[in-house]
Each structure stands twice: as structure tokens, then as C-alpha cells.
Design a protein. Structure first.
Length: 243
């Protein structure tokens, strides 16, 4: 199946403000071996309910771009607007942004291995926001939705299979009901059938919940599910033409 053409020209939500707007984002790392411009003047937009897929080879800057958008790294130049709000502006509440507006899914799952699935999902929840019993119930519901049943919910993360770990990680990413999901090579450590299940779940988060799901990967097959598709090379983002 060919990848859909990017729809940058019809971007814009009902009120004319994109959910996510990245403008002229750049990041250079200064290492012993010299400078690396990992992200080079990247701009794109994404809407609620969309799956955005960025495909590129190793070292092309995918993880760095995702970390910039998630505010885990600071950009040298450019802006990241979420519903029109500049998250890099002086005084922006980055802790609240990371906690409530974005959810991360990583290649290596990044679960706390000594904790159960349920505890991992409850971990990022704000204890001041609701009693722990309510949060435990919500964590269990999120895991049920990911097909992780009661027995697996009480299993320590290090005992779970790769696919189970990634589904727990997705439930954890949803813990605070974020509008944006950032997934870095989410199928990188899974066999192709399990990877497909994980991609299907990520797509549902866009289609059913109206979240914006941004997936960066080297796996071209994920382009099939993209509403917007881009290629990344040497830190630069290019629209991916219809094949
Ligand atoms: N903290 C860092 N310090 C120095 N250089 C870095 C740092 N992080 C990334 N880089 C460099 O920036 C470039 C982009 O790296 P990045 O990890 O974003 O690529 P990637 O597309 O995610 O690669 P992969 O597919 O292997 O995960 C690479 O040349 C990398 O070596
Ligand atoms: Mg990477």
C-alpha cells in the first residue's frame, strides 16, 4: 500500500489553530568529534486524531526531534506550539506539559522492572489529583483496554513479554490523558506480528480518542497507517511523496 500524501495544505483545526505546530526547530550537539546538527530547521503541523509517521535511517535525528517536542531536550532555535501555546516560551510550565499533555512510548519500553504492570501505569499519575484507589482503578481500566488482564496487571514488568511490556508502556503513556503521544521506534524490539498489534493500538488512540500520535521509526511498513508521512535524513524533514 502506498503512503498517503501529506496534507499540510489542509492543516488547521476548526478554530484554525493546529494541535501541534513545529516551526524551524534546530538542535546541534557539540561533541569531542565535532558538532552534529541532529535536527535542522524542521517544521510541520499535526492535528487531533492524526497519525504522523516520520521514517528515517539511524542517526537521522528522529529521537532528537521527538525529545525536543516532548521537551526532554531543549531546542537551539525554533518553536513548538501546542494549541497555539509556545511550550518553549519563558515561563512555560514544562513539568505540567511533560506530565499532562504528552505521553511517551519508547523502543526499550522503559518500565520500572521491579514494579507490577499496574504500578507502572499508576506511577506518573498525580497523587494530589485523586485518591490512590481511584488511580488504581483507572490504571486497571487502561491496562484492560490494552488487553492486559488482571493476572498480568499484578505481574512484575520484568516477567512480561515484549509485546505485553509495550502495551503496559502505552497504558502508562495514557495515564494522564495526554493529547499527544510520542512513540520512538515502538516496534523496534518486537516481532512483526506483535509490532503490528502495537501499531494498531497506537492508531486507535488517534482514531477513537482523537489524540495526535507521532511515530518515529526506520520501519517503512508503518507508513501504511500514516495520515501525514515524512522522511527524515541528516536532521532535515521532507514530505514523503505518494508512491
Ligand atoms: N546527547 C547527544 N550528544 C551528542 N550527539 C548526539 C546526542 N544525541 C544524539 N546525537 C547525535 O545526533 C544525531 C541524531 O541522533 P538521533 O538519536 O536523534 O538519531 P535517530 O534517527 O533517532 O537514530 P536511531 O534510528 O539510531 O535511533 C546522531 O548523529 C547522534 O550521534
Ligand atoms: Mg532513535
Amino acid at each position: 500500500m502506498s503512503a498517503p500524501e501529506t496534507k499540510a495544505e489542509d492543516a488547521g483545526s476548526k478554530d484554525g489553530v493546529a494541535l501541534l505546530k513545529v516551526e524551524g526547530l534546530s538542535k546541534t550537539f557539540h561533541g569531542k568529534a565535532g558538532d552534529v546538527k541532529a535536527v535542522d530547521d524542521v517544521s510541520f503541523e499535526a492535528e487531533k486524531g492524526e497519525v504522523v509517521v516520520i521514517v528515517g535511517p539511524s542517526g537521522s535525528g528522529k529521537t532528537t526531534l521527538l525529545y525536543l517536542i516532548g521537551s526532554l531536550e531543549r531546542a537551539d532555535e525554533g518553536r513548538i506550539l501546542v494549541s497555539g501555546e509556545d511550550i518553549c516560551a519563558p515561563g512555560a510550565d514544562l513539568i505540567a506539559y511533560r506530565r499532562k499533555r504528552v505521553g511517551f512510548v519508547f523502543q526499550f519500553f522503559n518500565l520500572v522492572t521491579a514494579l507490577t504492570a499496574l504500578e507502572n501505569v499508576a506511577l506518573p499519575m498525580d497523587i494530589s489529583a485523586a485518591p490512590s484507589k481511584v488511580q488504581g482503578k483507572k490504571a486497571a481500566e487502561l491496562l484492560e483496554r490494552m488487553g492486559i488482564d488482571g493476572r498480568l496487571q499484578r505481574t512484575r514488568a520484568n516477567r512480561l513479554s515484549g509485546g505485553e511490556k509495550q502495551r503496559v508502556a502505552i497504558a502508562r503513556a495514557l495515564a494522564n490523558d495526554p493529547e499527544i503521544i510520542l512513540a520512538d521506534e515502538p516496534t523496534g524490539n518486537l516481532d512483526s506480528a506483535t509490532g503490528r498489534t502495537v501499531v494498531d493500538i497506537l492508531v486507535r488512540l488517534a482514531r477513537e480518542d482523537g489524540r495526535c500520535v507521532l511515530i518515529v521509526t526506520h520501519d517503512e511498513s508503518i507508513l501504511e497507517v500514516a495520515d501525514r508521512a515524512f522522511h527524515m535524513a541528516d536532521g532535515k524533514l521532507g514530505a514523503r511523496a505518494k508512491e
